[in-house]
Design a protein around this ligand. Structure first.
Ligand code: C5P
Length: 307
């Protein structure tokens, strides 16, 4: 085989409930992941030594050495299957970098699927998911796609029952990035200032009203149940987001929230026509760098060509 190309989606968190910091520095989560139709493409080819090239949206901000999450995923898979050759990974980015959409995790998931195919390693989805969980908190979900509940660091997944409903989202990309660890640290700080000791922070719980709204496919109810515990922290580090969120709601979005650790803002629309109107109005309002219309749930990392 001379090369394998994998397509992999961005994710939203329709609920992101964050517990107190754990001893290992991570936070226990309960989150509802939702994959959307904004895809990176990752090509893996045999090479003399491991390397990575990144093109597209924000490519200059992705590490092109062994810190690259996709190369770390390749190394993790090689440690399991042993004696496999070096590869070059070419990542074509559409998912913006450090935007709260798990683009780096998506590329790592894609690299796992592509190398499993290229090397004819024959690992099952479950085996790949175990490796994915060790590479990063969001990598296992990028393999799975759809809509799923994540627990632990986010890597323990249960697929949510998938009704036929497609949800229509508008993403408002910000002029700037946020670092995920910095946003978690800001949340801990804000909670500390409010006087919540770690022991008093509620254990994260799944929002059953959101899950039942998703099951019935009622977009208006889903819109009312979107929550993200990281949002106040993201807004405190990036105050312009407040204006973006307010603008989207005033323009008729069914719901609005910050994507993951931000700074992308996410808006739910009732149908594709409303999503188009909202995207045009948000662009015109000058409250973000650019907008994209996407739908979800989208499938997880999948081979689109191999030869
Ligand atoms: O797992 P990943 O490398 O994607 O996480 C990036 C950073 O985000 C972690 O180093 C940690 O600071 C923070 N994080 C966290 N709790 C989680 C997931 C991520 O504190 N459940």
């Amino acid at each position: 085989m001379t090369g394998v190309t994998v397509r992999v989606p961005a994710k939203l968190n329709l609920q992101l409930a964050v517990g107190p910091p754990r001893a290992d520095g991570y936070h226990d989560l309960v989150t509802v992941f939702h994959a959307v139709s904004l895809f990176d493409q990752v090509l893996v080819e045999p090479a003399g030594r491991d390397g990575v090239t990144v093109t597209g949206e924000g490519a200059d901000r992705v590490p092109a050495d062994h810190d690259n999450l996709a190369l770390r995923a390749v190394a993790a898979l090689r440690a399991t299957v042993r004696d496999r050759g070096a590869v070059h990974v070419t990542i074509a980015k559409k998912i913006p970098v450090a935007a709260g959409l798990a683009g780096g995790s998506a590329d790592a998931a894609a690299a796992l699927v592509a190398c499993n195919e290229l090397w004819e390693a024959g690992l099952s989805h479950q085996q790949l998911a175990t490796i994915a969980g060790a590479v990063g908190s969001d990598v296992a979900f990028a393999l799975l796609g759809g809509t799923a509940v994540g627990r632990g660091r986010g890597e323990q997944l249960t697929s949510a029952l998938a009704p036929a409903t497609q949800y229509h989202w508008v993403l408002a990309f910000a002029d700037g990035q946020l670092s995920t660890p910095a946003v978690y640290a800001a949340l801990d700080r804000l909670r500390g200032e409010r006087g919540d000791g770690a022991g008093e922070i509620a254990r994260p719980e799944l929002d059953t009203a959101l899950m039942s709204a998703l099951r019935t496919g009622n977009a208006a109810r889903v819109g009312q149940r979107l929550t993200n515990d990281l949002q106040p922290a993201a807004v405190s580090l990036f105050p312009a987001l407040r204006k973006t969120l307010t603008a989207g709601l005033e323009l008729g979005a069914l719901g609005a929230l910050v994507a993951g650790s931000g700074p992308t803002c996410v808006f739910l629309a009732a149908n594709p026509e409303r999503a188009l109107e909202l995207a045009v109005s948000l662009s015109g309002a000058g409250v973000c760098r650019s907008v994209a219309r996407v739908s979800g749930p989208a499938p997880g990392a999948a081979v689109i060509s191999a030869g």
